[in-house]
Design a protein around this ligand. Sequence first.
Ligand SMILES: [Mg+2]
Length: 295
Amino acid sequence: MKIALVVNPYSGGKKTEKMLPRVKQSFRKRRIHADIFLSRFKNHVQGIARNLAVSAYDAIVAMGGDGTNFHLINGLLAVHPPEDLPSLGIIPTGSGNSFVKDLGIHSVDQAVEAVVRDTPRPVDVLKFTQDKQAFYFINLMGLGFVTDVAQTAERFKAVRDLSYLIGVAHRTLSLKFHHMELVIDGKPFSGKNCFVEFCNSRFTGGNMCMAPEARIDDGLMDIIIAGPMKKKRLISALPKLFTGDHLSMDEVSCIQAKKAEIQTTPAKVLLPDGEIFGRAPGMISVLNRKLNYLT
Ligand SMILES: [Mg+2]
């Protein structure tokens, strides 16, 4: 078996760089030939993916976090239709590693075994379209408070583990709601919201179960809408995200849909697969079982 291993060495606070020799050795032992492609700068993974000779490989494997996989699939799908791609894999060495949990992968060793096993599973991918431009995400995409938090966290990157806590604290203290005009499977939903997440898989930020009922191959996205709530209420809701209990709150609803349109103006920053990337307005659709992941 021959694979392309696309590695973001900076992922997970350089955890990926430290793990790489071990992963290389595991593949060598299992007689898997891995061509290594190292990301050297921000978003380089997309460029690497665009230039990969995909037909030369039995699988293309991202080593890093959810962001690494996001840039990998976007580079690949920018130049190839999904049906031309070989199986995809993820070695989870990022800080979040949310999507792989729904593939039943919880460690680097399990991920290596999944590549060795070579039994791909078809999964959905969500496509965001604006005019003629498109990008893809496989975990979830946020809008509103969650994006605000990520933008603040980005400014405090130097204190890595604390940056999200700082983001949540700062944005909760200065909490503002976002006016959103959404059309979900043809039905309008307009109003002020705390945040909206368009989910393909269940988890975000590693262990937060944003969409407990989401399935990655049912042809539907789970849209979690958190309406306006008091600061105190928002703070009390945060621990509920780890168990999925936030869905029982009156302010929170979950809608399963095939298509969703974000019509909000002015343009709003988006957070697909944990990356600050792209802007609404735009249209989200589900491409049912279009990518094959090793599991
Ligand atoms: Mg689904």
